[in-house]
Design a protein around this ligand. Structure first.
Ligand code: ATP
Ligand code: MG
Length: 570
């Protein structure tokens, strides 16, 4: 073992999850003399937040024990895989902050070795070429209650099998005509052990090996052997592979691998109000129900990134859920909590008016303007201040004015005085209406003596509002997102036939003509900020110079109370 093991590896076992306890035991007994893990995505879609759990576990564990992690593309199915997926997966893992160094591998790099090993198993008499069709194989396999039936091709000679397998490789068979199977036990209680398939014929172009192969290894044959080739010690995967564990061990035993890797299963991460299966995500993308794999409503890493989620928030959520043996679903609210925690600390504050209402300050010198100092982040004094322009024409949030306010409404109303954040006290004197009686403008006066602070005579106001100077404002588009689905689990049995009916038709609200303070035009795509009183937002890649587009990451909870308390009362 390297001696740079972190403190985690030296903590007492009681505080550790069952996988870390197993690693401790394996190292103590000398079964392995280090830790090598892998993350094995199939390049048939984008990574989602569930994958982060597997990534954080495999990369995190290796790091804690001074080991390394391989990134291996499990590319054994040429029909569904694509290099664009390879690129997005690499980008996402890097963005999350994990590094595989030069340990980037493809299962397809091992096709030759896997072929040779298959020949070895045929020679040992534990693998055979089977001419049953897919359907017949299924029938012969039996059920959980009934033993299966041996294939009529099961007992052919080693020579016949070797010749037939070579013919498979050489393109002598059509798709689906033959398979190579392991010869194990057709009455085994574990269905996976009933002569599982090792190879099938697929005359298909492969993103990495081109047209070199027309036979492709099955997951079970490829996975453990690839782990062995790479010297993986702890092969961690999700619970659905529990039944494959026996087969994983069987292959390695047959091949007499000296220090075989071991597979350990852990619970998947599920989340409410979303789906977390690449197949379902692909359906949403292909049917145009979302804007693409990086749609900010999707639980994909690229969608979350575009939405404004940070690696810190995602990792906090993963840590909170822990490593267990029982599948669980976390509440989407927990992820929202995690991102609020992070952004509260790091996001610069800005002022933006989402639903603008024009305000004229009638006693402000015409054509004049001035700059007022605003705090960038009350959580971090070191982030300093910025200057925000003020003038006689402003925008306020439409909902911050009521002509006939109920008792508990403390914001602007005729005859009432409020504070404009970082600026002045203003008093509303008149609401100008259009022909339909809708308020289209407010006429107010300001008190120059309240500049950036309190009134010298000590009079109080009950509300502080955000605002933007009309002539200096940046015109923006804001995309407000809500949950993609209306129900906690769209894949629950009761919706299963028609899970798309549970989509939330109001999951995207586009606001145009949003007015922002000038500094918003200087932000870059991907930058986070808080629009005071409105939520956390992230600049979208669709932004054009001078015409920013912002995605709402998450709303603020109880934002106003917080700002008052934190001494932002200016
Ligand atoms: P999906 O089931 O979402 O389509 P997958 O399991 O087919 O995904 P792979 O590319 O095979 O996707 O996954 C790579 C690794 O990520 C596997 O080891 C798998 O166990 C793990 N993984 C996938 N989904 C989750 C999840 N929701 N929680 C934890 N780990 C996951
Ligand atoms: Mg899979």
């Amino acid at each position: 073992m390297a001696d740079d093991t972190s403190k985690n590896a030296n903590e007492p076992s009681v505080s550790k999850d069952f996988i870390r306890q197993k690693v401790d035991a394996d190292l103590a007994s000398g079964k392995y003399d280090g830790v090598v893990t892998r993350f094995p995505p199939e390049p048939n879609g984008y990574l989602h937040i569930g994958h982060t759990k597997a990534i954080a576990l495999s990369f995190g564990l290796a790091k804690e024990y001074g080991g390394v992690t391989h990134l291996r593309f499990d590319d054994t199915n040429p029909l569904t895989e694509d290099t664009s997926y390879v690129e997005s997966i690499e980008e996402d893992i890097r963005w999350l902050g994990y590094d595989w160094g030069d340990r980037l591998h493809y299962t397809s790099d091992y096709f030759e070795q896997l072929y040779d090993w298959a020949v070895k198993l045929i020679e040992k008499g534990v693998a055979y070429v089977c001419h049953l069709s897919d359907e017949e194989i299924r029938e012969y396999r039996g059920t959980v209650k009934e033993a299966g039936v041996d294939s009529p091709y099961r007992d052919r000679s080693v020579e016949e099998n070797l010749a037939d397998f070579a013919k498979m490789r050489d393109g002598g068979y059509k798709d689906g005509e033959v398979t190579l199977r392991a010869k194990i036990d057709m009455s085994n209680a574990n269905m996976k052990m009933r002569d599982p398939l090792m190879y099938r014929v697929r005359h298909a172009h492969h993103h990495n090996t081109g047209d070199k192969w027309c036979i492709y290894p099955m997951y079970d044959w490829a996975h453990g052997q690839s782990d062995a080739i790479e010297g993986i010690t702890h092969s961690l995967c999700t619970l659905e592979f529990e039944n494959n564990n026996e087969l994983y061990r069987w292959f390695l035993e047959q091949l007499e691998v000296p220090t075989p890797p071991e597979q350990t299963e852990f619970a998947r991460l599920g989340m409410t109000y979303t789906v977390m299966s690449k197949r379902k995500l692909l359906e949403l993308v292909e049917k145009g129900l979302v804007g693409g794999w990086d749609d900010p409503r999707l639980p994909t890493i690229s969608g979350l990134r575009r939405r404004g989620y940070t690696p810190t928030a995602i990792k906090t959520l993963i840590e909170r859920t822990g490593i267990a043996k029982a599948n669980s679903t976390v509440d989407m609210g927990m992820l929202e909590w995690a991102i609020r925690e992070d952004l509260n600390y790091i996001a610069p504050r800005k002022m933006a008016v989402l639903h603008p209402l024009k305000v004229t300050i009638t006693n402000y010198p015409e054509g004049q303007s001035e700059e007022l100092e605003a705090i960038n982040n009350p959580e971090r004094a070191e982030d300093g201040t910025r200057m925000v322009p003020f003038s006689g024409e402003l925008y306020l949030e439409r909902e911050d004015f009521m002509e006939d306010p109920p008792r508990k409404f403390f914001r602007l109303a005729p005859g009432r005085e409020v504070r404009l954040r970082y600026a002045f006290f203003i008093t509303c004197n008149e609401a100008v209406k259009d022909d339909n009686g809708e308020v289209i403008e407010l006429k107010c006066t300001y008190d120059p003596a309240t500049r950036g602070g309190d009134a010298p005579d000590g009079r109080k106001v009950k509300a502080t509002l955000h605002w933007v100077s009309a002539n200096h404002a940046v015109d923006m588009e804001v995309r407000n997102y809500d949950r993609l689905f209306n129900v906690e689990n769209p894949l629950e049995a009761q919706y299963k036939d028609d899970w798309l009916q549970t989509l939330n038709p109001d999951s995207l609200e586009v606001l145009t003509g949003v007015k922002g303070e000038p500094s918003l035009a200087e932000m870059k795509a991907g930058d986070n900020c808080q629009f005071e009183r409105k939520g956390y937002f992230c600049m979208d890649q669709d932004s054009k110079p001078g015409a920013p587009v912002f995605n709402r990451t998450v709303t603020l909870r109880d934002s106003w109370a917080k700002i008052q308390k934190k001494g932002g009362k200016k």
